[in-house]
Design a protein around this ligand. Structure first.
Ligand code: NI
Length: 203
């Protein structure tokens, strides 16, 4: 297939061979990316970042990260969005996704609400002292920072590769692991030819 093939509502951009090689991928086909900066357009990749309430490290333990992984994977199956890369850090999350019909709100809502409900239920049951720090002025406990977080449309292949690299380097930059693939809660392993815990879109 030609490197760039125009379609009615976007362009199919082929990931460069060089990038695939550096990421250890042999057979990843094409990714659909809109080359313009617009919101809610079909086939456009989105770089999403969202954080825990008041930057609390609510994702600091493996149990919480595993719970979020399950939530993301369940919602990926039911909502049909495509996952390109992801990382779960102790107090924030980065996702590179292509939402179904371009609607990213439903993806975020489903992931965040489901996780918050489960984590709060667990914390309440065990009377976790963290609950006190999660309360707002009215006494309501929050898991996520309010607002949509950070949301960027990925315009082209170069930007896509930059985001993938950035996402996977998060745990290394933070000093949590030496190599991206040593962090179990990201898609770095998939890019090294392995199978991660969330199924990535492979074209
Ligand atoms: Ni980060």
């Amino acid at each position: 297939m030609a490197p760039e093939k125009r379609e009615r509502c976007g362009a199919v951009v082929k990931i460069s061979k060089r990038f695939l090689t550096t990421q250890g991928i042999r057979k990843w086909d094409t990714l659909s990316i809109m080359p313009v900066r617009r919101y809610n357009i079909e086939s456009q990749a989105r770089f999403l970042t969202f954080s825990c309430y008041h930057k609390l490290q609510l994702l600091g333990d493996p149990f919480a990260r595993d719970l979020l992984v399950t939530q993301i994977e369940d919602q990926r199956k039911s909502l049909g969005f495509r996952m390109l890369a992801w990382v779960i850090m102790p107090e924030h999350v980065h996702l590179l996704v292509v939402p179904e019909r371009g609607e990213v709100g439903a993806v975020l809502k489903a992931i965040k609400q489901g996780f918050a409900r489960r984590l709060l239920a667990k914390y309440r049951k065990e009377q976790n002292p963290m609950l006190e720090q999660m309360r707002d002025a009215r006494g309501k406990a929050h898991v996520w920072q309010r607002g949509g977080g950070y949301d960027r449309n990925v315009r082209d292949q170069a930007e896509l590769e930059k985001f993938v690299g950035y996402i996977h380097m998060n745990p290394v930059s933070r000093g949590l692991v030496d190599r991206p693939m040593d962090w179990g809660w990201s898609s770095a392993k998939d890019y090294q030819g392995g199978q991660g815990v969330i199924e990535l879109w492979r074209g």
